[in-house]
Design a protein around this ligand. Structure first.
Ligand SMILES: Cc1ncc(COP(=O)(O)O)c(C=O)c1O
Length: 300
């Protein structure tokens, strides 16, 4: 196995990720700059590298040899942990929510990267951070470094806040999708002055995410910052669900910009931003950085 040093690997990434202006008359006088984190790396792209970087450093410094994480069967995060494990020489275990099922592309890629998969029934999955569940996993698998669901550990804040430090342009608001909250918590931690962070939840009925983001900040930096909020209106039915308004938005964006948006995360947040601009919630003349956390592919 070829094991790569984290520092050498980081030099191979496209960092700082590009910042490109979105030209679209629907945005009026709001200037939107796309922070193209999707271009960082083919697998450890989007928010994956940002969230995992310092957890990998920490795991290595503690002498850990195995990473264990949790996720749904379509989790980008599980796949990213498997890829990171292969590159940096950690064994990896993926605890997958629900019944065992035929591999989809994400799980097949994780297994190809050497990840061992195990399945947890939904009730146990919900209790996955309870000490007795973790003790049970340690008895079964031996010692491991725990990477939480979505990679949203307190150490994820540091990597995500580094993204803000890369931005040379003046801006008022940074926008991102929210799944488990680590990305938003970290972006908020990197802001200065009157800058704000706005996250769009891609889950339905996920008001608990406000507490999650606050909790990650308290654990990581000792306090909840008051420069962020989550908009819960644009989940389009829930995680990995879609509606025709969202599909129409994606089709129109593709027609105008020649770019196919990831519909699970990126398109929902971008739709939400356009709606907030139209409603005047994002004031005219504002400069917004929109963080592209998932694939945005050029068409044709
Ligand atoms: C592409 C993409 N965007 C956004 C998110 C949400 O980020 P977070 O879980 O930090 O809220 C995820 C999940 O990690 C993701 O895979």
């Amino acid at each position: 196995m070829v094991v790569v040093l984290l520092e050498d690997f980081e030099r191979s990434l496209r960092l700082p990720s590009p910042l490109t202006e979105l030209s679209d008359d629907r945005l009026g006088s709001v200037r939107v700059l796309m922070k193209r984190d999707d271009l960082i790396d083919p697998v450890l792209s989007g928010n994956k590298w940002r969230k995992l970087k310092y957890q990998l450093v920490d795991a290595r410094s503690r002498g850990a040899t195995t990473l264990l994480t949790f996720g749904g069967a379509y989790s980008n995060h599980v796949r990213a942990v498997a890829a990171a494990g292969r590159r940096f020489g950690f064994a990896t275990i993926g605890m997958i929510r629900g019944e065992e099922q035929p591999f989809n592309d994400q799980l097949a890629a994780a297994v190809a990267d050497g990840m061992r998969l195990h399945y947890l029934d939904r009730a146990t999955y919900r209790a996955k951070t309870a000490p007795d569940v973790l003790d049970g996993l340690r008895q079964k698998f031996g010692d491991f470094y725990l990477v939480p669901e979505g990679g949203s550990a307190p150490l994820a804040l540091r990597g995500c806040s580094e993204m803000i430090a890369e931005i040379q342009e003046r801006f008022d608001l940074v926008v991102c999708p929210v799944g488990t909250g680590g990305t938003l918590a970290g972006l908020s931690a990197g802001l200065t002055g009157g800058q704000r962070a706005l996250g769009f939840s891609v889950l339905r009925g996920a008001e608990y995410l406000d507490d999650e983001v606050a909790g990650i900040q308290v654990e990581a930096i000792g306090k909840r910052l008051d420069n962020w909020s989550i908009n819960h209106r644009f989940h389009f039915g829930g995680f990995a669900r879609r509606k025709s308004e969202l599909d129409d938005f994606i089709a129109e964006f593709r027609d105008r910009h020649g770019i196919a948006l990831d519909w699970v995360y990126v398109a929902k947040a971008l739709y939400g931003l356009y709606a907030c601009v139209e409603e005047g919630v994002v004031g005219s003349g504002a400069t917004v950085v929109f963080v592209v956390t998932g694939p945005m592919t050029k068409q044709g």
